[in-house]
Design a protein around this ligand. Sequence first.
Ligand SMILES: NC(=O)C1=CN([C@@H]2O[C@H](COP(=O)(O)OP(=O)(O)OC[C@H]3O[C@@H](n4cnc5c(N)ncnc54)[C@H](OP(=O)(O)O)[C@@H]3O)[C@@H](O)[C@H]2O)C=CC1
Ligand SMILES: CC(=O)[C@@H](O)[C@H](O)COP(=O)(O)O
Ligand SMILES: [Mn+2]
Length: 381
Amino acid sequence: MKRIALLGATGSIGLQTVDVIRNHSDEFELYAMAFGRNLEKASPIIKEFRPKLVVVQDENTLQQVKSEFPELQVRLSLEGMYEAATHDQVDVVVNAVMGSVGLSATLGAIEAKKQVAIANKETLVTAGHLVMDAAHRNQVSLLPIDSEHSAIYMCLNGEREKDANKIILTASGGSFRDKTRAELEGVNVEDALNHPNWSMGAKITIDSATMMNKGLEVIEAHWLFDMPYDNIDVIMHKESVIHSMVEFVDKSVMAQLGTPDMRVPIQYALTYPKRLELPDTKTLNLVEIGKLHFQEMDMERFPCLRMAYEAGRQGGTMTTVLNAANEQAVDLFLKGEISFLTIETLIEKALEQHSIVHQPNLETILAVDEETRKRVISYVK
Ligand SMILES: NC(=O)C1=CN([C@@H]2O[C@H](COP(=O)(O)OP(=O)(O)OC[C@H]3O[C@@H](n4cnc5c(N)ncnc54)[C@H](OP(=O)(O)O)[C@@H]3O)[C@@H](O)[C@H]2O)C=CC1
Ligand SMILES: CC(=O)[C@@H](O)[C@H](O)COP(=O)(O)O
Ligand SMILES: [Mn+2]
């Protein structure tokens, strides 16, 4: 029985992880869970699984949980997530919170030598060198949940690291794939949240529409698979059937395919190296699909992807700024305070105005993150 600490339990990945745990209750126990403020979603999970420890984002939510579940141990905020992630009864930490707020829990879990299943890509973008250094020191392997990285992990299974030549990430194109830049002028939040293939949380759905999601995934792949940026390609593949590919030194290419269902990579990260049945997911029917399409990425149409490659190549705190500026700008867009195209303008400005710090420690990363968010707000208020 694996005891799981699930961070971000009320989100899109969190709820699908709960589903996986429910379907394999003989293999997994939900020992601890963290969420923000969504008690409506958290309450039924607590009732069903009776976790030993629950972490919430603020005092008000903490009081509500305590009054509904007086016997529960409830903790607050970042310290609480750290406690859940490092708890001596926990075997596996699933990090499915949104944003760089997940960083200290990831680092804590690694130092505590937990198995870490990571959906929280912002952790790797903001501080990939710290996370990977901790993982190597503690001999902890990070099991990716992000669909592309799970696909790459599967393609590399049993291969020698040095035989992999290139990673090819596929991009769906998001909600505005077929729009020109001029047509993006008038788009609204509702349109942007309408992803063609995946049902996901709001922030990542906007990232997908700006193509920043793929940019973050390029940086995530760089750290997870120790691959230089020049050897990571992105291609447009609108069907999201091929989740990603690896080209080897002999030009053989391995791809991982499946219908878009995040429970597949979530479950694989929990069961690796074995697999378990996933009965209610759709079988891939290539004959029904008929054709798969591929297209080169246009860096002028998708400047967020260009900025992510540039920030990744510059390294140091540039990716911290990229991530924090993006999180802040997307938040402003979701609140209706800026237009869709202003997201990329704000990120570009924050990157231009930042003086890089090389090999930043955790303190510097947290400071740059906070300062960048404030700066982005100051550009519009
Ligand atoms: N959704 C998907 O299919 C995919 C997601 N990912 C990645 O997985 C991560 C999660 O994405 P997704 O599930 O879509 O996001 P959601 O927005 O759906 O969920 C985010 C979760 O994090 C919680 N949360 C947010 N801030 C805090 C905080 N300060 N303290 C505690 N909990 C917090 C939320 O709580 P509450 O709602 O209660 O406030 C919620 O449970 C992201 O990094 C995303 O990029 C990667 C690949 C696919
Ligand atoms: C499901 C998943 O992993 C998302 O990150 C997905 O990749 C979004 O798709 P695009 O960013 O390709 O639109
Ligand atoms: Mn992805």
